[in-house]
Design a protein around this ligand. Structure first.
Ligand code: C5P
Length: 402
């Protein structure tokens, strides 16, 4: 593990502030240069001297102080950072930065920062699950802020629940995985991504769908945008904010997704099929609502076209990446699909297990291609998508794609 970065660590006022001291020690041990900014209330929990000694740098608390000293005015401090990490992040600091308030040094630095921002929240479980906190979290995620934790467990207040700050070692591991090398080689390329579930109507009011949330596909689209690609996202019905900076095409059925993807596949360089496309659709969509009846109800289904296989089967196919969600024999099924569908790469994950997969914030992937494989451990889908895009860029560039 190596965090060869300039980390600006914001410490806000919660009991977990004491863990931030260990965090500074670990970050420095892994090669990071660290400067610490504390909120006024953080100073009530831990002395700035502790952070000064551990970071080897002056600790900043007030805006006027920083700007008066002018060796490192607040804008310079924001510019200096490769990463802004707020740990612990209280409900209050998250609310402030989610709304663009800048009434102290840390919130001002957030506004001025152009580097990636991560927060490691810490708060009482009831405060964490309060709808307004959840709204602020959703807003921050939408603004590209990465979340590290919080964890489940016993809390300083004596309660048990979600809200404990992640352990410093886990925060470091996360930063290491998320702030890796910049993705090279996708700038200007056209990348087509499919995401989300499809809906197959049975009658005017009912449909058949699956548990896909679209989170992985949207994270992949965002990572590709960050890597400088021109991204088109064909999406089934999801409850996610549209990625900024891509063309978004909303579809409902597998048939519509097939049309939307195939009409663009010939002009793209890379196709990433993350969508959980329905394998079957009803032969007949009833014009009227199906009425309750005695006995069994039979509905006949017909197989849908496989979009991924159709893209890979084009005369001049793009670099084609599939996903495989499996409940058993992951490698065998994934490698089987790689061959049968003639893909360049397949990213497989377990579903139906306790963690990760459908509708979760986190996922783990085992990626296969002919002659190689790579495993990514359980992590936030946004970080995972970054790694996947990096791997796709490497494989896409390699002369020997087959
Ligand atoms: O064969 P299976 O459905 O498990 O393969 C999953 C992969 O195939 C995913 O990448 C999914 O997007 C794609 N797929 C597709 N069209 C279908 C079914 C699956 O593109 N009709």
């Amino acid at each position: 593990m190596m965090i060869d970065k300039r980390v600006l660590l914001g410490v806000s006022g919660g009991i977990a502030a004491y863990k931030a001291a260990e965090l500074v020690r670990l970050l420095r041990a892994q090669g990071a240069e660290v400067r610490v900014v504390m909120t006024e209330s953080a100073v009530q929990f831990v002395s700035p001297l502790t952070f000064q000694a551990l970071s080897g740098n002056p600790v900043y608390i007030s805006l006027t102080e920083v700007d008066a000293g002018n060796a490192m005015g607040h804008i310079n401090l924001a510019r200096w950072a490769d990463v802004l990490l707020i740990a612990p992040a209280t409900a209050n600091i998250m609310a402030k930065i989610a709304h663009g308030l800048a009434d102290d040094l840390l919130s001002t630095l957030y506004l001025a920062a152009t580097c990636p921002v991560y927060v490691a929240p810490a708060m009482n479980q009831a405060m964490w699950s309060k709808p307004v906190t959840q709204e602020n979290i959703a807003k921050l995620r939408q603004h590209g802020v990465g979340f590290i934790g919080p964890e489940q467990g016993s809390q300083a207040c004596g309660e048990i629940g979600l809200g404990r700050m992640s352990e410093p070692a886990d925060i470091c591991a996360y930063l290491d995985a998320s702030t890796g090398s910049e993705v090279q080689g996708l700038q200007g390329l056209r990348i087509l991504v499919s995401a989300g579930p499809t809906r197959e109507p049975l009658d005017p009011v009912r449909y058949l769908t699956n548990r896909s949330s679209g989170k992985m596909g949207y994270a992949v689209a965002n990572a590709a945008i960050r890597a400088g690609a021109h991204v088109t996202l064909v999406s089934g019905p999801v409850a996610l904010p549209p990625p900024v900076g891509c063309e978004l095409i909303n579809v409902e059925t597998a048939g519509q997704m097939y049309e939307a993807v195939m009409s663009r596949a010939t002009v793209c360089h890379v196709y990433i099929g993350t969508a959980a496309v329905a394998d079957y659709s009803p032969v007949v969509v009833q014009a009227e609502k199906i009425k309750k009846q005695d006995g069994l109800l039979s509905i006949s289904f017909q197989k849908n076209k496989d979009i991924l296989a159709a893209v890979a089967g084009l005369d001049a196919p793009p670099f084609t990446v599939g996903f495989a969600a499996e409940t058993d024999a992951l490698e065998q099924y994934a490698r089987g699909k790689l061959e049968q569908k003639n893909l360049d790469m397949i990213a497989a994950n377990w579903v139906g297990r306790e963690q990760g997969g459908f509708d979760s914030e986190q996922n783990a992937l085992h990626v296969f291609w002919r002659g190689g494989e790579k495993k990514f451990p359980l992590m936030e889908k946004s970080a995972l998508a970054g790694h996947l895009i990096e791997l796709i860029a490497q494989r896409f560039q390699s002369a020997d794609r087959a």
